[in-house]
Design a protein around this ligand. Structure first.
Ligand SMILES: [Zn+2]
Length: 98
């Protein structure tokens, strides 16, 4: 089994799940069309019911864009000195200036 380093990892878009063994627990992280789930199993009993599970919808990770009418910050930043951007105070949106 490959060993993970203490880093951040991203599940590739063409993969739906990953298993990580931590002590005596097998952790399954998986994506669906609507969100992301995590199931925990005792090692060796992954085919039985999960002993713990959680789930989050994709849109729980970001603010509702319908509710945001974009209140742009006065300060802006440049992308490698070429393009100037402004960030919204309330949501992750940015806009190009100029
Ligand atoms: Zn906004």
């Amino acid at each position: 089994m490959p060993v993970l380093k203490e880093e951040d990892y991203e599940l590739p878009e063409d993969q739906t799940s990953v298993w990580i063994t931590v002590n005596a627990i097998s952790v399954r992280v998986f994506r669906t069309d609507e969100g992301v789930g995590v199931d925990l199993y005792p090692v060796g009993r992954e085919s039985e019911d999960a002993i713990a599970s959680t789930y989050a919808l994709n849109d729980e990770g970001e603010e509702d864009e319908q509710m945001c009418d974009h209140d742009w910050k006065h300060d802006s930043y440049t992308d490698n000195g070429r393009v100037e951007w402004q960030l919204c105070k309330h949501c992750p949106k940015s806009r190009r200036l100029g």
